[in-house]
Design a binder for this molecule. Structure first.
Ligand code: NAD
Length: 398
């Protein structure tokens, strides 16, 4: 049974990207259908028209709605009767295609779920934010780590003051897969990520540093003030950073650090965060997402587990769980939680009802703008030998 409130039907999804041999498109589709609230009915799966058509069968999308390009998809879907055409578009292409696809999707009247970083440049992100503000369309950015039950639990605990005033945030995202020059060996994901024309001004810092920064912002709600960064290219002949540090000053006087690496031997997707408050500290690791450590001087360390029925689980944590405790939930489910919040808003929008656009449960276009500002200011600071630069963008989410 589809559960989209009064809408009373499943949402119809179109995807751009996710073709054969790609990574995150399949995750988007799995996450979108997990709660039986959406179905994939159309796609422009690849920049290559033949590969797009070939990929459609993998998703059981009919030939008729397997399109050769995103422009063709939007025009054809727009021309279908309202009861058949797609409701929303998920964008799972390399970064340089996010802006043109998102802009065209908004112009065609579709809701949008876009992967991060939002665009190639800050100016493009700001333009999207303006378009979204003038529309009645939902815009979700898949900073998927905000969807984990214990991340949401931590945010609610911190906002309720359980850790006191937050004074330090240490976020790291450490990988090792670009230790060698994989981009010269025909590895597609490495090739576009290390190409400034497709990735943007930053490599590692844009690809995963943005996730680490966003996680700290989401969990603490602290507002940024300034950034100082040092980015490095360690692998010879590479064009974009593969390692970097940033120090962040928050408006309340707290200090944050973001470290991102793609050159650390043996490290996989080690996103981790440690937060220090005046009354307690906490620590969460993406590779062990169903546990969180909370510590207070002089007391035993508390290990919070993902448990929807435990008395220590708060409302935000409980609402993000699907399975009973002990059955591990992870990447797909957290991704699906971002979709779920987006679907709540889309169902309202499609029913002609008002919906929240700024203080949303899902990361929205403003978070995307903030991510782009983080990237551009980190790159600019690094070029200026680590100079302190502003980080409080006017669209920053409060
Ligand atoms: P990928 O190279 O594996 O896949 C990209 C797909 O986009 C391919 O199928 C390619 O053919 C298709 N594509 C390229 N240009 C297109 C066009 N013009 N029209 C239609 N399809 C087109 O890349 P990936 O690793 O899946 O990353 C895709 C995006 O997702 C990037 O922006 C990346 O930063 C982001 N990403 C996010 C997460 C996350 O955890 N949220 C994880 C990985 C990647």
């Amino acid at each position: 049974m589809a559960t989209n409130g009064d809408l009373g039907r499943k949402l119809r999804m179109g995807i751009v990207g996710g073709g054969q041999g790609s990574f995150i498109g399949r995750v988007h589709v799995t996450a979108a259908v997990l709660d039986n609230r959406a179905e994939l009915v159309a796609g422009a799966f690849s920049s290559d028209a033949a590969r797009s058509k070939a990929s459609a069968a993998d998703y059981a999308v009919s030939d008729r709605r397997a399109y050769g390009s995103f422009a063709e998809m939007f025009a054809a879907e727009r021309a279908l009767p309202e009861g058949e055409r797609i409701d929303f578009v998920s964008i799972a292409t390399p970064n340089h295609m996010h802006f043109p696809v998102a802009k065209a999707a908004l112009a065609a009247g579709f809701h949008v779920v876009c992967d991060k970083p939002l665009t190639l440049t800050l100016a493009e992100a700001e333009e999207l934010a303006t378009l979204v503000a003038a529309s009645k369309q939902v815009f979700v950015v898949t900073h998927n780590y905000t969807g984990y039950p214990l991340v949401r639990q931590a945010r609610e605990m911190i906002l309720a003051g359980e850790l006191g005033e937050i004074q330090a945030v240490r976020a790291e995202y450490i990988q090792g897969w670009l230790r060698t020059r994989l981009e010269s060996e025909g590895q597609k994901q490495a090739a576009w990520r290390t190409d400034p024309a497709k990735s943007g001004a930053a490599g590692c810092f844009g690809d995963i540093g943005t996730h680490a920064y966003n996680l700290g912002r989401f969990m603490t709600g602290l507002l940024p003030e300034k950034i100082a960064a040092n980015l490095k290219i360690f692998v010879p002949d590479r064009s974009l950073d593969d390692y970097g540090h940033a120090v962040i000053r928050y408006q309340n006087g707290a200090l944050g650090t973001v470290t991102a690496s793609q050159i650390s031997h043996g490290r996989e997707n080690d996103l981790r965060i440690q937060i220090d408050g005046t009354l307690g500290s906490l620590e969460w690791h993406q590779e062990e997402p169903n546990k969180m450590l909370v510590r207070h001087n002089g007391k035993p360390h508390y290990v919070y587990t993902r448990d929807p029925n435990a008395p220590f689980t708060n409302e935000a944590g409980r609402a993000a769980c699907r399975l009973p405790s002990g059955h591990p939930e992870a990447f797909f489910e957290a991704f699906a939680n971002v979709y779920r919040a987006g679907f709540d808003a889309m169902a309202l929008a499609l029913g002609g009802k008002p919906f929240e656009t700024v203080d949303t449960v899902y990361p929205n276009v403003r978070d995307g703008v903030e991510g782009m500002y983080f990237i551009e200011q980190a790159v600019a600071s690094s070029k200026a030998d680590g100079a302190w630069l502003p980080l409080a963008h006017p669209l920053v989410r409060r």
